[in-house]
Design a protein around this ligand. Structure first.
Ligand code: AMP
Ligand code: MG
Ligand code: MG
Length: 253
C-alpha cells in the first residue's frame, strides 16, 4: 500500500544533470534506533563564513524524532550568547534571522551544553544518575559533518571543554540520502525538492532547518531505508572525518 510513486529524484548530482527517477515509497522499515535527535547549529559569521577568533554556536536546536513513526516527540531549543564576539554581525542576523536580543542574556556555551545534557536525562536518553547511556538506542543527526566535527569540536577545544561521548558518532543526513536515493545531494534544498517536500519556515533558522530535516528523515524512511551511523569525531584539535562522502565547510547551502 505504500508502493505509490510520490515524486522524482535525480539519478546523479552532476552539475546540469536533469535525469530523474521515481521515488518508491515502500513503507517504514524497523530501525536500529529508538530515537533520532535532529540537530542544526547556527553560529556567528560574517561574509567570509567565519568570525575571528572562532565561530561560536548561537542557536542550539534539537528535535527528538520517534524512530518508529518518525513523528516529532519533543525538542530542546536554546539561543546561546557568544563569548568572543557577543555582538552579532549584521550579516549573521540577515542570514539566520537571529537578532541581538535573542542571544543577549542567554546561557553561554558550556552552560548550554549542561542544559542539553539535563534535557537528555529528562527524556530518559541518558541515565539520570551518572549520565551514561540509557536503555534507549538513539543517535544525533546533522546535515553534513560540519556542526559536530568542526564547529562543536573547535569551540569545545577553545573552552577546554570535553565533548560528551554522545557526540562521538552521528548520522550525516546527506550520506543517508545518498544511500537511500543513489546520489549525493549538495544541499538541504535539493533533498527537499527531490523528495517533493515543501520547505518550512526560514532557511538558516536552526529550528526551521531541523524541522525540514525531520521531514527529509521521514521521507527517506518511507522508502524503506534503514538509517545507520555514518560519521565519527576524529582525534585532533579541529579535524573532520566523515567515514565517506565529500567534504563541505558549511552544512545547509
Ligand atoms: P546552516 O546550518 O546552513 O544554516 O548554517 C550554519 C552556519 O554556517 C550559519 O549559522 C553560519 O554561521 C554559517 N553559514 C551558512 N551559510 C553561510 C553563508 N552563506 N555565509 C557565511 N556563513 C554561512
Ligand atoms: Mg541551519
Ligand atoms: Mg546546518
Amino acid at each position: 500500500m505504500f508502493n505509490q510513486v510520490r515524486g522524482f529524484a535525480r539519478v546523479s548530482s552532476k552539475v546540469g544533470e536533469t535525469v530523474r527517477r521515481s521515488i518508491q515509497k515502500k513503507g517504514i522499515s524497523p530501525q536500529k534506533f529508538h530515537n533520532f535527535l535532529i540537530l542544526d547549529f547556527e553560529a556567528t559569521c560574517d561574509a567570509n563564513g567565519s568570525t575571528y577568533p572562532l565561530q561560536e554556536i548561537i542557536e542550539f536546536p534539537v528535535v527528538k524524532l520517534n524512530a518508529e513513526t518518525f513523528n516529532m516527540e519533543d525538542r530542546f531549543h536554546q539561543y546561546v550568547c557568544p563569548h568572543e564576539r557577543p555582538q552579532l554581525s549584521a550579516f549573521c542576523t540577515n542570514l539566520t534571522g537571529i537578532i541581538q536580543d535573542m542571544v543577549d542574556g542567554q546561557p553561554k556555551f558550556t552552560d548550554t551544553m549542561d542544559l542539553f545534557d539535563n534535557w537528555l536525562k529528562e527524556q530518559n536518553l541518558l541515565c539520570p544518575d551518572d549520565g551514561s547511556k540509557s536503555h534507549l538506542n538513539w543517535t544525533l543527526v546533522t546535515c553534513g559533518d560540519w556542526d559536530i566535527a568542526t564547529l562543536l569540536k573547535r569551540q569545545a577545544a577553545h573552552h577546554s571543554y570535553s565533548v560528551p561521548w554522545y557526540f562521538n558518532n552521528w548520522i550525516n543526513l546527506k550520506i543517508a540520502f545518498s544511500e537511500a536515493m543513489g546520489y549525493y545531494p549538495n544541499s538541504m534544498k535539493i533533498m527537499l525538492s527531490d523528495l517533493n517536500i515543501t520547505h518550512q519556515g526560514r532557511h538558516h533558522s536552526g529550528i526551521d532547518d531541523v524541522i525540514n530535516m525531520c521531514s527529509i528523515m521521514k521521507s527517506l524512511a518511507e522508502t524503506g531505508y534503514v538509517f545507520r551511523t555514518t560519521s565519527k569525531l576524529a582525534d585532533g584539535p579541529t579535524g573532520s572525518s566523515p567515514l565517506k562522502g565529500p567534504k563541505f565547510g558549511s552544512a545547509l547551502v
